[in-house]
Ligand binder design. Sequence first.
Ligand SMILES: *[C@@H]1O[C@H](CO)[C@@H](O)[C@H](O)[C@H]1NC(C)=O
Ligand SMILES: *[C@@H]1O[C@H](CO)[C@@H](O)[C@H](O)[C@H]1NC(C)=O
Ligand SMILES: *[C@@H]1O[C@H](CO)[C@@H](O)[C@H](O)[C@H]1NC(C)=O
Ligand SMILES: *[C@@H]1O[C@H](CO)[C@@H](O)[C@H](O)[C@H]1NC(C)=O
Ligand SMILES: *[C@@H]1O[C@H](CO)[C@@H](O)[C@H](O)[C@H]1NC(C)=O
Length: 351
Amino acid sequence: MTAKVYPSLLVLFLTNTVWTRNVRQVYDAMDPEDWSLFTFECPKECFCPPSFPNALYCDNKGLKEIPAIPARIWYLYLQNNLIETISEKPFVNATHLKWINLNKNKITSNGIEKGVLSKLKRLLYLFLEDNELEEVPAPLPTSLEQLRLARNKISRIPDGVFSNLKNLTMLDLQHNKLLDSALQSDTFQGLNNLMQLNIAKNALKKMPLSIPTNTVQLFLDNNSIEVIPENYFSAIPKVTFLRLNYNKLSDDGIPPNVFNVSSILDLQLSHNQLTKIPPFNAHLEHLHLDHNRIKSVNGTLICPTSIAIEDHSSSGNMPRLRYLRLDGNEIQPPIPLDIMICFRLLQAVVI
Ligand SMILES: *[C@@H]1O[C@H](CO)[C@@H](O)[C@H](O)[C@H]1NC(C)=O
Ligand SMILES: *[C@@H]1O[C@H](CO)[C@@H](O)[C@H](O)[C@H]1NC(C)=O
Ligand SMILES: *[C@@H]1O[C@H](CO)[C@@H](O)[C@H](O)[C@H]1NC(C)=O
Ligand SMILES: *[C@@H]1O[C@H](CO)[C@@H](O)[C@H](O)[C@H]1NC(C)=O
Ligand SMILES: *[C@@H]1O[C@H](CO)[C@@H](O)[C@H](O)[C@H]1NC(C)=O
């Protein structure tokens, strides 16, 4: 591919930055609790940093079981071990836990004792990536803010598992085995504060039903989605980052104005089967359409505002597109002049 960068413009480096809640809040000042009330016991397999008494590091130790967690612990690091089960016993005193990292273990759904997680009433972050779960663990603590379940074998979502998770802002289910049938119309009901939903790398053929209303980031890359229902995004009026790369979308599967939504600022449709550029809104800033089957681009046709309006800036609706990827299509350079006339803020076009 060749990046055409206009002389007076800078190349825009697109980072794959994913919005996540600022973790500082969790690391903030200690509770107004008296630490002298706690003994400074430390499981022999783990490391207890004296300057950070509420953290317990038991990662990369070849552990097969979770050691007894002392009552003072807020942050528990158990990633990269050989743990197969989560039972109640080690957690009986650990009522202050806010954060558990159990990524890269061997935990199965059967290995999680019923109710062990929901008893952790202060838990905010639960990381269980790269395990052997076959379903979303249930029940979960209602305090939860982030649930990361990427790279398991999840094909089932128990009824109502999310219904009381009003504080959950991020749910990561990427790289699992979800079929359309796993996602019912009420599956995500109750996730009133969810902002980031990642269901990339599953086996969906349809857009999921009933995405939570406040979703800002919706990632559905690497599924087999063929069709987007009419007005799909009007039910999620805050959707800003939309990724549908590596799906099976063709022109027929896209209703004419489905992406013409003012909230969407970053739209990624790479590696699909589109032959035309779908209409988009003047607010859109990043558009990825590389590796489709687009043959030509008509800047006048795709311009979200009338190209005839001489002075966009005063009308306040100047198209905001800054980055456009069209490589891997059947388009011959040069880039049509009308693209540059319409999209005055364009910083880079990859063709
Ligand atoms: C819980 O705390 C009690 C009292 O300090 C202690 O006797 C017991 O061994 C602890 N249990 C675990 C599993 O840590
Ligand atoms: C949800 O978050 C709010 C604000 O931080 C907090 O007051 C509330 O207790 C939390 N809800 C639960 C169930 O933990
Ligand atoms: C999606 O799948 C393709 C082909 O299977 C693979 O090459 C690509 O790396 C995947 N993309 C992501 C973001 O994982
Ligand atoms: C996109 O939507 C706007 C209203 O938000 C409308 O004025 C415009 O005509 C639509 N674009 C197309 C190509 O239909
Ligand atoms: C682009 O589309 C406009 C409006 O349909 C048309 O008048 C114009 O001739 C087209 N430009 C090219 C280069 O095909």
